[in-house]
Design a protein around this ligand. Structure first.
Ligand code: C2E
Ligand code: CA
Ligand code: CA
Length: 757
């Protein structure tokens, strides 16, 4: 920082310190000036008073001197004027005698000049030369008898003149003594005074009023004190006066040292005051500045604490500020916690999980889907579900070396683990799924929980689909593959970027014949014959090849394209039914109807209209893939189907959201047990129990039961023993195109023979 910049900073009036300093300095300076003025005024007034007194006294002394000298001269002149010889010499005009007598006396008296003036105006002079004019003036004054002594100017030089009449016995003339009022005389007078004043005698034309009161007048030496004392004048045309002057600066001279000291003390005081106020205001403002700085830093998002340096108001303010900042930080921490936590269970949430995944080196996300989550929750209630989730999360966390388990959504938990390979991650996930099978105690009840895990690698956020989404897809992939855990399979899922244009491609394919229906036979276990088929949609993408209906149907549902797709399927199924009838096989054709369409009356009108008009034997399989938005509307539409004589089948029972309550309400004809339960029937005693009880329950409600996913003969035998009505699965036949179906139906012996065996 340069000196100039420093100066600017010091004089920056936005600083309290500067303002305080300047204010104090200003006030102090003002006080200093006022007191200096008072001192100067008082000192000069008293000095002037002293001078005035002194001058008055000097004037009075001069008066005395004047009178004494006049008396002395007048006495000398009187002595001469009365001298007989002299009078005679004057009367006889004996000039030599007169002059000698005058000289004699002049010398004796120490007078500058002397003269004898007779009544004719004739004068005999010694020691001075008088012009006729001057002589005239003198004569006029003396002759008037008005005055005997006074000042008279001779050749521009004032003289003190004293006259004495010469009587013989009448007045014949005057003896006049003249004394020069010269510089020496004046110095003598000045010497008499206590103060060094200057004196002069002036003779000026006009009347002389005099100025015995001292006044101040301007002079070449600066303002001076002036006293004028009138003196008698022997010139009737001009007045005379004694003029005393004294420059005020001289009067003040003795005080100059005092004034200098006063100034020095003032400047020193000002300097001390500057330093003092600066230090004081700095001391005062530093805590404020620190507080100000802390507030600034708080604004920048820093949790700044202000130093508490005193116990005064500022100290208390800093303490309060710090308390406020601490509060603020605590609140923010709590908010952050809230943002990263599920409120009900206190488990970390998805955001927390993603954050953890980002910060771990070889991070894998394992997501756990809780099977039949809604069924369990409806059975135990929300509060117990929260407890169950917390307990489950704790158990899973232990296996994941303490890594916290997050609640990702309804029925999904997630955890971040470290693994060097995919197989290691999947193995860990499988172990965790197995661990979850041990019943969990919630209060006094024990709850069975089944999990399916999906595993995905955290790839640094490079892919469009987040790691959690990929793990969630992997859960579905694991479910589809009947595995406890599976890693995300991108090839099975397809490129998410491609999926964006998938629906428009599908709609185009539907119009151009790229979409078709495959038929999978349904075997009646009692009549031991194929009595129906399920229509399953097939689409071969020109570039991607076979696309799983699970993918495109799901997307069509989400994007609102399921209705045209289903309408197309109904029309095609009616056409194909005609073909089957024509070939001699009047089979029931089951068409899959998404639960989403059950809130669409226009769709229901269409479907009913088409079926009625064609008279085809169609069954509607309702897949409850998503939560049905308007259950009352859905129930009414199902009612309409039933009234129109269209059988309704409830698809995927056990895996979806359907519950017992729903079963009782809906007017269905058939229940399809999800293949998830059938596929594991041979290994799992639990599934046997579940399937058996479901069959019994359905029968008690008057529903027929179809088991799908029958892949083995023993499964078929088991189902037959349980009283299942219909079976569907690869063991009987895979879904096949229309031509294949007709061939299959023409020669069903092999399959039936196997079944019989
Ligand atoms: P879904 O209604 O449960 O259909 C049965 C699925 O099980 C079919 O899968 C079928 O190929 C498969 N499957 C049949 N037997 C076996 C077996 O023995 N073992 C195994 N592992 N699987 C068997 P697909 O064809 O992939 O269809 C998947 C889902 O797509 C269907 O499940 C259905 O929900 C939906 N879907 C298919 N076509 C349509 C349609 O036209 N409309 C609607 N809304 N959904 C459809
Ligand atoms: Ca189905
Ligand atoms: Ca099904």
């Amino acid at each position: 920082m340069t000196l100039v910049e420093r100066g600017h900073r010091l004089l920056d009036f936005r600083h309290l310190r500067t303002r305080l300093t300047v204010l104090y300095l200003g006030l102090f300076g003002l006080a200093l000036i006022i007191s200096a003025m008072a001192v100067v005024t008082a000192v000069s007034a008293s000095a002037k008073g002293v001078v005035r007194e002194e001058m008055r006294a000097s004037g009075a002394v001069y008066d005395q001197l004047w009178k004494a000298r006049s008396a002395q001269l007048s006495q000398g002149a009187g002595v001469l004027a009365q001298d007989y010889g002299f009078r005679e010499a004057v009367a006889t005009n004996d000039e030599a005698t007169v002059r000698s007598a005058l000289d004699n006396l002049r010398a004796r008296q120490g007078v500058d000049g002397a003269l004898i003036l007779d009544t004719d105006g004739y004068a005999t002079t010694t020691g001075l030369a008088l012009s006729d004019d001057t002589l005239d003036t003198l004569y006029r004054s003396l002759d008037s008898g008005r005055i005997e002594s006074g000042v008279l100017n001779i050749d521009g030089q004032p003289y003190q003149m004293v006259a004495a009449p010469v009587m013989a016995p009448v007045l014949i003339g005057w003896v006049v003594f003249a004394e020069r009022l010269d510089a020496a005389q004046m110095r003598m007078l000045e010497g008499l005074s206590a103060i060094p004043l200057s004196a002069s005698v002036i003779v000026a034309a006009g009347s002389q009023t005099g100025q015995s009161q001292p006044t101040t007048v301007p002079t070449p030496d600066g303002p001076s004190m002036l006293v004028v004392r009138p003196l008698p004048s022997l010139d009737d045309q001009a007045g005379a006066a004694l003029r005393l002057t004294y420059p005020i600066s001289k009067a003040m001279q003795p005080y100059s040292a005092l004034f200098i000291w006063l100034a020095v003390i003032g400047v020193a005081g000002l300097a001390i005051m500057t330093i003092g106020t600066w230090a004081l205001s700095r001391g005062l403002t530093r805590p404020i500045a620190a507080l100000d700085d802390a507030v600034h830093r708080l604004q920048q998002g820093e949790y700044a604490q202000a130093p508490v340096t005193s116990v005064d108001e500022i100290g208390r303010l800093a303490t309060s500020f710090n308390a406020m900042v601490t509060d603020l930080r605590d609140r923010e921490i709590r908010l952050t916690q809230m943002a990263l936590q599920d409120q009900e269970t206190g488990l970390p949430n998805r955001v927390a999980l993603e954050e953890r995944a980002r910060n771990m080196p070889e991070a894998w996300v394992i997501l756990f889907g809780i099977e039949r989550f809604t069924v369990v929750r409806n059975a135990i209630g929300y509060d117990s579900m929260a407890l169950l989730l917390t307990a489950l999360a704790e158990r899973l966390s232990r296996l994941a070396t303490g890594s916290p388990v997050s609640l990702i959504g309804a029925g999904a938990l997630g955890v971040v683990v470290e693994a060097t390979s995919q197989s290691q991650a999947v193995k860990l996930a499988t172990r965790m799924v197995e661990a979850a099978q041990t019943p969990i105690k919630v209060g006094r009840a024990k709850v069975d929980i089944a999990l399916t895990a999906g595993v995905a690698a955290h790839d640094g956020g490079n892919t469009e689909v987040s790691v959690v989404d990929r793990a969630a897809i992997a859960v579905d992939q694991a479910r589809a593959g009947r595995q406890p855990a599976a890693a995300f399979d991108a090839s099975a899922y397809g490129d998410p970027g491609d999926n964006l244009s998938l629906i428009s491609d599908l709609m185009a394919a539907m119009k151009s014949g790229g979409v078709s229906l495959a038929y999978q036979p349904k075997y009646d276990l009692r009549s031991q014959a194929i009595t129906g088929v399920e229509a399953l949609m097939r689409w071969t993408h020109p570039r991607r090849g076979f696309v799983s209906p699970d993918l495109f149907i799901g997307m069509a549902e989400e994007t609102g394209h399921i209705r045209p797709l289903t309408e197309w399927a109904i029309r095609r199924a009616i056409e194909d039914h005609r073909t089957m009838v024509d070939a001699g096989h009047d089979l029931m054709v089951s068409v899959n109807i998404s639960g989403r369409l059950l809130s669409d009356d226009a769709f229901a009108d269409f479907a009913l209209g088409e079926v009625k008009a064609s008279g085809a034997r169609l069954c509607f399989e309702i897949t409850e893939t998503a939560v049905i938005d308007h259950p009352e509307v859905a129930l009414r539409i199902v009612e309409r189907f039933a009234e129109a004589g269209i059988p309704v089948s409830l698809d995927d029972y056990g895996s979806g959201l359907s519950s017992l309550a729903y079963l009782k309400q809906i007017r269905a004809d058939e229940l399809k047990i999800d293949k998830a339960f059938i596929l594991g029937l041979e290994e799992s005693a639990r599934d046997v129990l579940l399937v058996k009880s479901t069959i019994d329950l359905a029968h008690s409600l008057g529903l027929k039961v179809t088991a799908e996913g029958v892949e083995t003969a023993s499964t078929l035998a088991l189902l037959s023993g349980m009283g299942c009505d219909l079976a569907q699965g690869y063991f009987i036949a895979r879904p096949m195109p229309m031509t294949g179906l007709l061939e299959f139906l023409a020669a069903p012996v092999a399959s039936e023979a196997e079944v019989a065996a």
